[in-house]
Design a protein around this ligand. Structure first.
Ligand code: ANZ
Length: 816
């Protein structure tokens, strides 16, 4: 049996494609444009199974769009700043660029072999000065508009990476990258004002929901965390300004029996009475050791310290004590709460620990034996001379209280978000320097645009060691500059930007990647974008995807683009696992992509990844059969050698049964690809291969034009998944390369019609006739056919017809 040598075929076609460049996206093409995007990789080592999966899936769509006649932008590049390169450089006494650019070369070679339809002419690396120049420029635009600013506050600190982290990079209290337990530090850092877009980021999720995975949309909703409540002002004895709290339950105000401020907020040390100051200091030492996750845990014993001051409950007039505790967070709401132990479990626990009074303001259900009751119920203990909530449910009591507070100037209804501003500065080397100069006279001075990029100074090896402050500080020649405003001595900002800044705008850069006059060309961005389909994992649900959305909205408001959202659709692919577990070094269950490609060939690996499951599901490599995929591809390929009719033969007179299978398969494939059910599309292709084989061996024979039509359809279908095999087939079928741009065959609707179905005609519920009709028959036509049928005419027998019920194409019910 003839087979083909995968390796020889791979080498052969790569040379042809390099020559033809079939996937170069032309800006001036008259075709309709599509933008297909998959997350660009971080250059650590060679490509792995995860890259192989995501690009195989993504490529189905990109290649399909080409076949359907679109001009497709399908770019690729590298997210090449970041810690692994820096850590490798420290280990090997080298420069991060050596590691970075070496790996990029390796990955590029692997991508080319893997035959993804990327437009390589548009590639860039975020660590190239020609790219980060524009990252810096955008930073300055944000700065200009007050969307980038510096502030001092307690921040997340990774003791292992020796750098601060954004809230989004802290997962269950640990560093998202290295897993070390995150602590808090008081530092001055740079932020992007993501909160300015909190409401819009939330609102637009409704429009994205149908084309984004629920998981990602919900994760973003929770992360943005909108809640509605009120700010309530409490008078504190001996203090001018009120102590304002944020509460989602203003209806429970009558039950506020004490107050708590965040121990580590400036507010606590402001409020504390002299005799309690030492106690607060001692307590703070303990608090700083705790992680946020522990602090918020509901099952943890409550700790705190009395601040030695009292406030007044504005509705009851009761004098209530003010505490500092760690279960209230400094950077949420106002950093202070009214504690309502009757309705809040954490307040309940605190009240029990400190022997404070509990007043229930919502009637718990009969027989309630729990602590705080957080559910709905009629209000109790909630009346004074001016306001009476008695008997109201939570919602009504809330709005009544808010209206009252507003009328009396004691508070106001408000919306609060969990989303914080994005902390973007990092104390590491391998990132884009923040283009700001600090001058003792002029303060924060932006580096003038014509001096961008601010290039990284040459540091290597031990100079890069994390010390808790930025390594750039060691490059004194670089740090010391004259102030662009006053010319006096000044210093550069020594922090670099979080690499998530680089990836928040890279999809804009692809539209004009070599433009050295602007970050990206607005007209081209509007022409190509927004991205029609973005394929990636959901580990970035609240990191990259949220940041990129924020950037897009900010750039829109700066007039740089007209998109509201960057990614019209988002497909999150599952993971490749092995033996039911995540692949990992420690488990020794890793599958090496290079080995798989060597053993089975690129096409078989790609086909396996696409065929294994719906894209969103995980693929267990222990359950799949790349060997089976390879055999199928050989079977498909053999068809092309068996066809004996000439290229261009008119299929019109060919075997009808096979033609119908071919056309039906193509139509189904359209629907399946567009709805991302790629695995089913492969299954249909396999069925078409079987039908064609049968026609050749036991049906119409290899000379029938329907066989050629079927084999060509197989080649086009396979071009989405197995580009080398498809190309070989296409050549053996007598065509010029490349099959990737051959175009989608035109589906003949006449060949999609199922021959006929049987319609039943009933009179008074009894079957009187059966008609063979087209499955597409309309109601009126079916009724006319039925009423004209001789058996029906006879049964009606001239009686007046009272009613005809038609359910096309299967039933006609006549009532006489
Ligand atoms: C009184 C009250 C009574 C509350 C009750 C809840 C239940 P979300 O929904 O997450 O916005 N809170 C406010 N600021 C806080 C902070 N900095 N740290 C910790 N907790 C804080 O939560 C809002 C509720 O969380 C607020 O409503 C407040 O407690 C608490 F029966 O006020 B509540």
């Amino acid at each position: 049996r003839a087979t083909y040598d995968t390796e020889a075929v791979e080498t052969k076609w790569r040379a042809v494609w390099d020559e033809l460049e079939p996937f170069r996206a032309h800006d001036d093409s008259p075709r309709e444009k599509k933008y297909a995007l998959t997350m660009f990789p971080y250059p650590s080592g060679d490509l792995h199974m995860g890259h192989a999966e995501v690009t195989a899936l993504h490529d189905v769509i990109a290649r399909y769009w080409w076949q359907r006649g679109y001009e497709v932008l399908n770019p690729m590049g590298w997210d090449s700043f970041g810690l692994p390169a820096e850590n490798a450089a420290i280990r090997n006494d080298a420069h991060p660029a050596d590691y970075t650019y070496g790996n990029i070369a390796t990955q590029l070679e692997s991508f080319r072999r893997y035959a993804v339809s990327f437009d390589w002419s548009r590639r860039f690396n975020t660590s190239d000065p020609s790219y980060y120049r524009w990252t810096q420029w955008l930073f300055l635009k944000f700065h200009e508009r007050g969307l980038a600013y510096r502030k001092n506050s307690p921040v997340n600190w990774c003791p292992n990476d020796q750098t601060v982290l954004a809230n989004e990079q802290v997962v269950d209290g640990a560093c998202e990258r290295c897993g070390a337990e995150v602590t808090k530090r008081e530092l001055t850092q740079w932020y992007f004002r993501t909160t300015a877009y909190a409401q819009e980021l939330l609102d637009c999720l409704d429009d994205l929901q149908p084309t984004w995975s629920d998981k990602v949309v919900n994760a973003q909703r929770n992360w943005i965390g909108r809640s509605e409540g009120a700010h309530v002002d409490f008078v504190v004895e001996g203090r001018e300004e009120p102590l304002t709290v944020y509460t989602t339950r203003p209806d429970t105000l009558f039950g506020a029996t004490f107050m708590v401020v965040a121990a580590d907020a400036a507010l606590a040390s402001e409020l504390v009475a002299d005799e309690q100051r030492q106690a607060l200091e001692d307590y703070l030492v303990e608090v700083r050791k705790e992680t946020e996750i522990n602090r918020l845990a509901t099952d943890r014993p409550k700790t705190g310290v009395f601040l030695g001051v009292h406030a007044t409950n504005p509705l009851t007039g009761t004098r209530i004590p003010v505490y500092a505790a760690d279960y209230v967070l400094a950077d949420y709401g106002t950093g202070a709460i009214m504690a309502v132990p009757g309705q809040d479990q954490r307040d309940w626990d605190f009240a029990k620990a400190f022997d404070l009074p509990v007043v229930r303001t919502v009637q718990p259900p009969e027989g309630w034996e729990g602590d705080a009751f957080t559910g709905d119920g009629p209000a109790i203990n909630s009346a004074n001379d001016e306001i009476d909530l008695s008997g109201m449910g939570v919602a009504e009591a809330k709005s009544t209280t808010i209206a009252f507070l507003e009328r009396r100037g004691l508070g106001r209804g408000t919306v609060n978000f969990r989303l914080r501003d994005w902390l973007l500065s990092r104390q590491r080397y391998w990132g884009a320097p923040i283009p700001i100069i600090h001058c003792p006279v002029d303060g924060e001075v932006p580096v003038p645009e014509d001096q961008l990029p601010v290039e990284l100074p040459e540091l290597r090896g031990a100079d890069l060691k994390p010390k808790g402050t930025s390594p750039l500080g060691a490059a004194t020649d670089w740090v010391n500059v004259s102030c662009p405003r006053c010319g006096g001595p000044a210093t550069r900002d020594t922090d670099t930007m979080d690499t998530f800044v680089d990836s928040s705008w890279y999809f804009f850069r692809y539209v004009s990647p070599h433009d050295d006059t602007q970050a990206f060309d607005r007209a081209l961005a509007d022409e190509w974008g927004p991205v029609d389909l973005y394929v990636g994992g959901d580990e970035h649900a609240v990191l990259h995807l949220l940041y990129a959305r924020f950037f897009t909205k900010a750039l829109r408001d700066m007039g740089l683009v007209s998109w509201d959202e960057p990614f019209s659709a988002y497909l999150s692919q599952g993971k490749v696992i092995n033996n039911g577990r995540k692949m990992s070094k420690s488990l020794g269950n890793g599958v090496n992509l290079g080995d798989q490609l060597a053993e089975f060939g690129v096409d078989a690996v790609r086909l396996t990844l696409v065929f294994a499951s719906p894209p969103e599901d995980n693929i267990d490599w222990a359950d799949v059969s790349p060997g089976g995929s390879a055999r199928f591809l050989q079977r498909a390929w053999r068809l092309s050698g068996d066809v004996t009719s000439e290229p261009g033969t008119d299929p019109a007179g060919g075997d009808l049964a096979l033609r119908k299978v071919t056309h039906k398969t193509l139509r189904e494939a359209e629907v399946l690809v567009e709805s991302h059910r790629f695995n089913v599309m492969v299954a249909r292709t396999m069925e078409l291969v079987n039908a064609t084989r049968k026609a050749i061996d036991a049906g119409c024979g290899p000379a029938d034009p329907a066989v050629r039509e079927a084999a060509e359809a197989v080649a086009v279908l396979l071009s989405l998944v197995a580009p080398y095999t498809a190309e070989e087939m296409w050549e053996r079928l007598g065509h010029e390369p490349t099959v990737a741009r051959a175009g989608w065959p035109t589906v003949d609707p006449a060949l999609l019609v199922e021959d006929s179905v049987t319609a039943v005609v009933q009179i008074q519920g009894k079957v009187k006739a059966r008609l063979e009709v087209s499955p597409d028959i309309g109601e009126a036509d079916l009724e006319a056919l039925a009423m004209a049928d001789p058996a029906v005419v006879k049964a009606v027998d001239g009686r007046p017809v009272r009613k005809v019920i038609v359910r096309a194409p299967k039933l006609v019910n006549v009532v006489v």
